[in-house]
Design a protein around this ligand. Structure first.
Ligand SMILES: C=C(O[C@@H]1C=C(C(=O)O)C=C[C@H]1O)C(=O)O
Length: 293
C-alpha cells in the first residue's frame, strides 16, 4: 500500500478522525508500550494505510509487520543509525525536518534511506522555531524540496494553512494523532477545493481524465454544500424565506455573472444548471426548517 495518492493530497491523522492514512506514535508512552501488542490490537480494528512513529529501533520489526510507513520524527532526523534501520524495514519512510535543518541536511537524511535500497522516502515539513508561539512552516523550502522528493506538511498548528501548503506543492497533510475531526474536515475541504487548480497538464487517457473529473466534482460538491448553507442563511434573514421568497431578478444576475465565466456552456445551459442548484438549496433549507431540531 502506498502512502501517496498520485492525484490528491493525502490526509494523515489519528484513526478517530477518519483520515486517508492513520498515524500513531509509539513515543507517547515513553517506550513503555509494547509495539507488537499495540499494533496488533490496532490492526484488529483498522485495515487501512497506517503510518507509525517508533519509540526506538526496537519497535521496527513490529512496525515492519503491521504498518505501511514509518515516521521519523524531527528530533531524530539526523540519527543516521535509526534512519538506516528504518529504511531496512522496506516500508516507505517519512522524515520530518528538524527545526533548524537546511534543505541539504533534510535531503541527505533521505539519502541514508536510499543508500539502504529504500527509494520510497517522503519528507515532512514541521516548521522552524521563530518568534511565533508554534513552529513556522517554511513553504519556500517545501516548494524547493518538492522538486526533489514528495513532501508532506504538518498543519496541526493551523489547518487553514493547508491551502498554502498544497499550493507550495505538498502531497499530503499531517494533522497529528489527536487532531479533532473538525480540523481534519477543514484540511480535507481545503484540499478538495484546491485539487482541480493544482492539476498540471491535460490528461491523455480516459482514466486520467476521469480522475480529473472526480477531483473537479469533489470541489464542486464542497462548493455546492457551502452554497446551500449560505442560501439557507439568506432564507432565515429575509422577511419571507423558502420558495415563497424567491427573487428572480437576483437569480438572473447570478446566471449572467456565471455565464460570463463559463462562455463554453453559455447562458441558457448555465441558467438550467443554476435553477436546479438554487431550487435544491431552497428545498434543503425548507426541509431542514420543517424537521424537528
Ligand atoms: C438566497 C436567496 O434566496 C433565493 C435563492 C437564491 C440562491 O440560491 O442564490 C437566489 C435568490 C432567491 O430566489 C436570495 O434571495 O439571495
Amino acid at each position: 500500500m502506498n502512502l501517496l495518492d498520485p492525484g490528491s493530497a493525502v490526509i494523515i491523522a489519528g484513526l478517530a478522525a477518519e483520515p486517508d492514512v492513520a498515524m500513531i506514535s509509539l513515543r507517547h508512552r515513553h517506550g513503555r508500550a509494547d509495539a507488537a501488542a499495540e499494533l496488533t490490537a490496532l490492526r484488529r480494528a483498522y485495515a487501512g494505510p497506517l503510518l507509525v512513529e517508533p519509540f526506538s529501533a526496537l519497535d521496527l520489526p513490529a512496525i515492519a509487520e503491521h504498518a505501511d510507513g514509518v515516521l521519523v520524527g524531527a528530533a531524530w532526523m539526523q540519527d543516521f543509525q535509526l534512519l538506516r534501520a528504518v529504511a531496512r524495514t522496506g516500508r516507505p519512510v517519512v522524515i520530518q525536518r528538524a527545526p533548524a535543518a537546511t534543505l541539504e541536511e533534510w535531503l541527505s537524511a533521505a539519502e541514508y534511506c536510499v543508500a539502504e535500497g529504500n527509494h520510497e522516502v517522503v519528507l515532512c515539513e514541521t516548521g522552524t522555531r521563530t518568534h511565533l508561539p508554534h513552529h513556522t512552516l517554511d513553504l519556500a523550502l517545501v516548494r524547493e524540496a518538492g522538486r526533489r522528493r514528495p513532501v508532506f506538511v504538518d498543519v496541526s498548528s493551523d489547518p487553514a494553512l493547508a491551502t498554502a501548503a498544497l499550493s507550495a506543492g505538498a502531497r499530503g497533510l499531517l494533522l497529528g494523532e489527536d487532531a479533532e475531526a473538525g480540523r481534519v474536515a477543514e484540511a480535507r475541504a481545503r484540499a478538495a477545493l484546491l485539487a482541480p487548480l493544482l492539476a498540471d497538464g491535460e490528461p491523455a487517457t480516459v482514466a486520467g481524465a476521469r480522475a480529473e473529473i472526480d477531483r473537479v466534482d469533489a470541489a464542486l460538491a464542497t462548493l455546492l454544500e457551502r452554497r446551500a448553507e449560505l442560501a439557507g442563511l439568506v432564507q432565515r434573514l429575509k422577511p419571507v424565506g423558502g420558495f415563497a421568497g424567491r427573487d428572480l431578478d437576483r437569480e438572473r444576475q447570478i446566471v449572467e455573472a456565471m455565464a460570463a465565466r463559463a462562455p463554453g456552456l453559455g447562458a441558457d445551459r448555465i441558467a438550467r444548471i443554476m435553477t436546479a442548484v438554487i431550487e435544491a438549496g431552497l428545498q434543503a433549507s425548507e426541509e431542514r426548517d420543517l424537521s424537528p431540531a
